[in-house]
Design a protein around this ligand. Structure first.
Ligand code: FES
Length: 112
């Protein structure tokens, strides 16, 4: 399953939470690029889209771990586990983005 969202619905540098196939996903538009990552911090059940975007990272508002939006890796504790990075592809006309869960995340969810 995928979700297509007009780019105009995403404010530059502001995280947006969407639900994709039952999974909370955080979208971050940085200019003409859109990142899609899991919305739940890997340290605790906290929504990352309520945090701040700083450069190409998103900061968890509860304890301050920052996650790289391209790789999902945390920059430091307390979070040690990366968040999942999903596929975000601009449409041919560049006016919208299509978001898909990465296949390994889909597999993981199906095993649960
Ligand atoms: S809940 Fe996110 S760093 Fe602790």
């Amino acid at each position: 399953m995928s979700l297509t969202i007009p780019l105009s619905d995403l404010k530059d540098g502001a995280p947006t939470r969407v639900d994709l196939d039952g999974r909370a996903v955080c979208l971050v538009r940085l200019g003409g690029t859109v990142h899609a990552v899991d919305d739940t911090c890997t340290h605790a059940e906290v929504s990352l889209s309520e945090g701040e975007v700083d450069g190409a990272t998103i900061e968890c508002w509860l304890h301050g771990s920052r996650f790289d939006l391209a790789t999902g890796r945390p920059s430091g504790p307390p979070a040690l586990t990366p968040i999942a990075v999903h596929r975000a592809t601009l449409t041919d006309d560049g006016t919208a983005v299509t978001v898909e869960l990465t296949s390994d995340q889909t597999d993981e969810r199906n095993r649960a």
